[in-house]
Design a protein around this ligand. Structure first.
Ligand SMILES: Cc1ncc(COP(=O)(O)O)c(C=O)c1O
Length: 407
C-alpha cells in the first residue's frame, strides 16, 4: 500500500475534522452516504458563482457553459463504466429513480401477464418495490432467489429458477446489509443463456470496484452520486442502446421531446428521451468532480485498501465474545453487519454515537432479508476510502463499552 496516502486523502474531506459529542468523528455510515472531498464542494460553489444557467435550452453564453459542463459529466461517467456510447448514460436522481425508470419503461414494453421478474432475497427495497408494483400492474410474478445462511446467493436455486417466462433479472452487485459481493459475471452469463436481460443495482459497488459494463455485458446498471463522494440528487442509469431504444419514455415534459403537437408528440433521441424537465444541474456537473477524485486516487488502490481494512475489522470485531456477524460470505465488500447478542441494535448505535462513531442501525431498507435471518435489524459499519485502522479500533472499543453497559 505504498502509494495510498491516507493522510492526504483524509485531509481532502473537511468534515472528517468534525467532533461529535466531544470525540473526533469516526464516520462508518458510508453505505448510507459518503462524505465529499473539497474538490466536489468547490465545484458546487464554482457552478453557482460562475455558470449557473439552465441546460440544453439557451443560446446564451452561460447556458452553453452549463450544458457543456453537464455533458462533460456524462462523458466522464460513460468512460468510468466503459459504456459503448455516452448516450447510454441517463442522468437520473439516483439508484431508486433509475430502477423505477426501468421497471416502468421496460415493464410497459416487455412484461405481460404470466411473465416473471427475478430478484434476490438480499435486495434493497429500491430493487424490490418497483418490481412488485410492476408485477401487480401487469399480472406478472415476482420470483425471489434464496440466499444461504452465510448470505451468499444460492446459485443452484438461481439456475433452476431461470426459465423462458423470466423477462428480467434484477440483482444487487454488493449487498448493503451483508456486504456480499455477488458473482455478477456468472449471474449475467446464465441469464443471457436464455436471452434474459439483467439489471445490476450498483449503489454499493460503484465506489468500491471497477465496473466495466461492456466486459460485464450488463444490460442495465443503476447507481447514485451521493454514495460515490458526489452530491445528492443525481445518479445514473446505464442501459444498452438496444433496450433503451425500444423502451417508451418515462416522464413527459421539456427536453424529452422532438416536436409537440396537440395531435401527437415525437420524442427526443437518447439520452434526452429519458430526461424530462430541468435536471439537477449543479449535482450533475459536480458528480463529474467526484469521478475525477476517485480516478485520482485510483479505484484499484481504493479496493485494495478497503479490502485490507475490512479484513482487519472482521478480525478485531470477532474477538468480542458477544458479537454475531450477519453476512459472512467469502467474497465481501465494505460492509460489516453485526449484533451484540442480547442488545438492541438501536441502543448500541446510540452509545456509539455518544462516542463520536456514526454507524447505521435497523433494517437498512432490507426488511425481507431481516426476516430471512429472523432479526429486526443489525448494527452496520460501512467502510470508505478515508477510513483507517484507528477508526476500526475506536469502533471495537466502543462496541465493548456498549456490551458492558447493555448486557
Ligand atoms: C443496494 C442499494 N440499492 C439502492 C439504494 C437506493 O439508493 P438511493 O437512495 O440513492 O436511490 C441503496 C441505498 O442505500 C442501496 O444500498
Amino acid at each position: 500500500m505504498t502509494h495510498y496516502d491516507i493522510h492526504s486523502i483524509r485531509a481532502d474531506f473537511p468534515i472528517l475534522k468534525t467532533k461529535v459529542n466531544g470525540h473526533p468523528l469516526v464516520y462508518l455510515d458510508n453505505g448510507a452516504t459518503t462524505q465529499k472531498p473539497q474538490s466536489v464542494i468547490n465545484a458546487i460553489t464554482d457552478y453557482y458563482t460562475q455558470i449557473n444557467s439552465n441546460v440544453h435550452r439557451g443560446v446564451h453564453h452561460l447556458s452553453q457553459l452549463a450544458t457543456d459542463a453537464y455533458e462533460v459529466t456524462r462523458r466522464k461517467l460513460s468512460e468510468f463504466i466503459n459504456a459503448t456510447h455516452d448516450y447510454e448514460v441517463i442522468l437520473t436522481n439516483g439508484t431508486t429513480h433509475s430502477i423505477n425508470l426501468v421497471a416502468n419503461c421496460y415493464g410497459k414494453q416487455f412484461v405481460e401477464a404470466g411473465d416473471e421478474i427475478m430478484i434476490s432475497e438480499m435486495e434493497h427495497h429500491s430493487n424490490i418495490v418497483p418490481w412488485q408494483m410492476l408485477c401487480e400492474e401487469r399480472g406478472a410474478k415476482l420470483r425471489v432467489i434464496p440466499i444461504t445462511d452465510t448470505g451468499e446467493l444460492d446459485m443452484e436455486a438461481y439456475r433452476t429458477m431461470l426459465n423462458e417466462r423470466v423477462k428480467l433479472v434484477a440483482i444487487t452487485y454488493v449487498s448493503n446489509t451483508l456486504g456480499t459481493l455477488n458473482p455478477m459475471q456468472e449471474i449475467i452469463k446464465l441469464a443471457h443463456g436464455l436471452d434474459i436481460p439483467v439489471l445490476v443495482d450498483a449503489a454499493q459497488a460503484i465506489q468500491h470496484l471497477h465496473i466495466d459494463v461492456q466486459a460485464l455485458d450488463v444490460d442495465f446498471l443503476a447507481f447514485s452520486g451521493h454514495k460515490m463522494y458526489g452530491p445528492t440528487g443525481v445518479g445514473v442509469l446505464y442501459g444498452k442502446e438496444k433496450w433503451l431504444d425500444r423502451m417508451p419514455p418515462y416522464q413527459g415534459g421539456g427536453d424529452m421531446i422532438k416536436e409537440v403537437r396537440f395531435e401527437k408528440t415525437t420524442y427526443n433521441e437518447l439520452p434526452f428521451k429519458f430526461e424530462a424537465g430541468t435536471p439537477n444541474i449543479e449535482a450533475g456537473i459536480c458528480l463529474g468532480a467526484s469521478v475525477d477524485y476517485i480516478k485520482t486516487i485510483g479505484l484499484s488502490q481504493i479496493a485494495l485498501y478497503e479490502a485490507e481494512l475490512l479484513k482487519y475489522a472482521t478480525k478485531v470485531l470477532s474477538e468480542i465474545d458477544q458479537i454475531r456477524f450477519i453476512g459472512t460470505a467469502k467474497e465481501k465488500c465494505s460492509v460489516i453487519s453485526f449484533l451484540v447478542n442480547g442488545a438492541h441494535p438501536y441502543d448500541v448505535g446510540v452509545i456509539l454515537d455518544k462516542l463520536g462513531i456514526a454507524v447505521r442501525t435497523g433494517h437498512h431498507c432490507t426488511q425481507p432479508l431481516m426476516e430471512r435471518f429472523g432479526i429486526l435489524g443489525t448494527v452496520r459499519a460501512s467502510i470508505a476510502m478515508y477510513n483507517t485502522k484507528e477508526d476500526i479500533d475506536l469502533l471495537v472499543e466502543a462496541v465493548k463499552k456498549a456490551a458492558s453497559m447493555l448486557l
